[in-house]
Design a binder for this molecule. Structure first.
Ligand code: NAD
Length: 412
C-alpha cells in the first residue's frame, strides 16, 4: 500500500505540489483540505481529487491519511504541524518551520518522541548554486569553510496582489512579517553547504521608509519596523556567514543566490549568472574554472550567447528548469511528463525525498534538526536587529538520533 497524503492549504503553492504527489509511484492517494470552500471545490475539480475537507480536524479524523502536507500561509505553520504530528502523521511543510524558538523546539521534541518524519520543503536546498557548494565542500575541494554570503531578495511590492487577495483589508498586518522570520531561502543554502550550525549572530535592520504602511511599530502583527535584515553568523567550527533577507530592494533576478563561498583551499563566486571556481593547489598554479554551465539552468545556457544576455538573465523562466548538476535520473519516471519547473526544478526532488523518507522511515536531508538550524539564526537575528546589532547566542537542537538512518547518506 502506498502513502496517503492530506494537503492542508490548497492555494497557489500547493497547486504545484498536488500533481507531483499524485504522480509519485509510492503515493496511493491525495486528499485536500482548505478552509475556503470555493477554493477547495475548485482545486478538487482541477486535480481530480475525490476527497476534500474544509476542516483539518475533520480530515485527520475521517480520512485515513498517513502524511500531512502543510501549505497554509507562512505565519501559521507551527500549530498546524504540531497538530498533525500529535495526530500521528508524517509532515511535509513548506517554509518556514514556525515563528518562534518555542514552536520549533516543540516540533523537534515531537519528532524525536514519535519518530515521525518532518521535512521542511526548502526549495533552495536544490538550487544549483547550493548543490554545487555542498558538492565542493563534501568533496574537500574548497577545504575548510571560512566565509560565505547568501541572500533572498524579493521586493514586497511583488506580493501586494497576493496578500490583498488572501487577507483582505488587513493584508498589511500579515505582509509585514520580519524578513528573518522567513530566513531559510538564504540560511539553508549556507548551512547545508558547510554542514555546520550557527552559535552566534549580530544583525542590523533597515528601518523601512516605504509609503505602503507595511513596516513599522503598530503596523503589522509583529510590530516589525524592518523591511530588510542583514546578519553575520558565527558557525560552530569558526566560519562566518553573511545573510540578507530583503523585502525592499531594487533588484529582481535571481532572488535567492550565493554570492560567494570561500574555503581555505578554494572559493566559489557568482555575479550576474557567471559562476566561477578558484582552487589553490599545493606546488602548482591556482586555477580558475568557469562552472556556469553546470549551475545555470539548461535553458539559460542554450541562450546565453545571445546579444541581449544581460537583459535576458532577468527572465524568471531561467530560474525554472533543471541544471546539469541535478541528478534527474534519480527521480521517478512518472515525473517525466510534468512540466511545472518552478524554483529550479527543486519541487520534484523535494517530493521524492519526502515520499521515500516517509515510506522507509528514513530521515530526508531536510529533516527537522536541519530545519531548526536553518530557522534559529533568523529568529534570533531579528531580536539582535531590534537591539541594534547586539551579539546574541543561537541555540542548537543538535543532530538527529544516531540510530535513525539517513535517506541519502552520500548526498543527492
Ligand atoms: N519557494 C518556496 O519555498 C515557497 C514559495 C511560495 C510559497 N511558499 C510557502 O507556501 C505556503 C503557502 O503559500 P501560498 O502562496 O500557496 O499561500 P496561499 O495563501 O495561496 O494558500 C494558503 C491556503 O491555506 C488555506 N488555509 C489557511 N489556513 C488554513 C487552515 N487552518 N486549514 C485549512 N486551510 C487553511 C487558505 O485558505 C489558502 O487557500 C506559505 O507558507 C509560503 O511561505 C514557499
Amino acid at each position: 500500500m502506498g502513502l496517503r497524503v492530506g494537503f492542508v492549504g490548497c492555494g497557489g503553492f500547493a497547486s504545484s505540489f498536488i500533481p507531483l504527489f499524485r504522480l509519485h509511484p509510492l503515493v496511493e492517494k491525495v486528499v485536500l483540505c482548505d478552509r475556503k470552500p470555493d477554493r477547495l471545490a475548485e482545486k478538487a475539480k482541477q486535480f481530480g481529487v475525490a476527497e476534500a475537507y474544509t476542516d483539518m480536524d475533520d480530515m485527520l479524523r475521517r480520512s485515513n491519511v498517513d502524511c500531512v502536507a502543510v501549505f497554509v500561509p507562512r505565519h501559521l505553520h507551527g500549530p498546524v504541524v504540531t497538530q498533525a504530528l500529535k495526530a500521528g502523521k508524517h509532515v511535509y511543510c513548506a517554509v518556514p518551520t514556525g515563528n518562534s524558538v518555542e514552536e520549533i523546539h516543540e516540533i523537534v521534541d515531537l519528532v524525536r518522541s514519535t519518530r515521525l518524519i518532518y521535512m521542511i520543503g526548502e526549495t533552495c536546498y536544490y538550487f544549483p548554486c547550493a548543490m554545487f557548494c555542498r558538492k565542493m565542500f563534501r568533496s574537500g575541494r574548497l577545504g575548510e569553510f571560512v566565509y560565505g554570503e547568501a541572500q533572498y531578495h524579493h521586493d514586497i511590492s511583488e506580493f501586494y496582489p497576493y496578500y490583498q487577495r488572501e487577507e483582505g483589508d488587513n493584508w498589511r498586518r500579515v505582509a509585514g512579517l520580519p524578513p528573518f522570520f522567513y530566513p531559510t531561502h538564504s540560511t539553508a543554502m549556507l548551512i547545508s553547504a558547510v554542514a555546520d550550525h550557527a552559535t552566534k549572530v549580530t544583525a542590523l535592520g533597515y528601518r523601512d521608509h516605504g509609503n505602503d504602511s507595511i513596516y513599522g511599530e503598530g503596523k503589522n502583527n509583529w510590530d516589525n519596523p524592518f523591511s530588510n535584515e542583514t546578519m553575520l553568523v558565527r558557525l560552530s567550527r569558526g566560519g562566518v556567514g553573511r545573510i540578507n533577507e530583503f523585502r525592499r530592494v531594487g533588484t529582481r533576478r535571481p532572488s535567492s543566490y550565493i554570492t560567494c563561498m570561500y574555503g581555505n583551499k578554494g572559493g566559489y563566486e557568482m555575479s550576474s549568472r557567471h559562476h566561477v571556481l578558484q582552487e589553490v593547489h599545493d606546488g602548482a598554479p591556482t586555477t580558475l574554472t568557469d562552472v556556469s554551465a553546470e549551475i545555470n539552468s539548461t535553458l539559460f545556457e542554450t541562450e546565453r550567447d545571445l546579444p541581449d544576455y544581460c537583459q535576458r538573465s532577468l527572465n524568471a523562466k531561467y530560474d525554472s528548469g533543471f541544471s546539469r548538476i541535478h541528478n534527474v535520473a534519480r527521480l521517478p519516471k512518472e515525473f517525466a511528463g510534468y512540466t511545472g519547473f518552478q524554483h529550479n526544478g527543486s519541487h520534484q526532488f523535494l517530493v521524492d525525498d519526502f515520499v521515500k523518507a516517509a515510506t522507509a522511515n528514513k530521515l530526508p536531508p531536510n529533516h527537522v534538526w536541519a530545519a531548526a538550524r536553518y530557522m534559529l539564526p533568523g529568529l534570533i537575528g531579528h531580536q539582535s536587529a531590534l537591539r541594534d546589532g547586539e551579539p546574541m547566542p543561537v541555540p542548537d537542537f543538535g543532530d538527529p538520533p544516531a540510530d535513525w538512518a539517513l535517506l541519502n547518506p552520500d548526498g543527492e
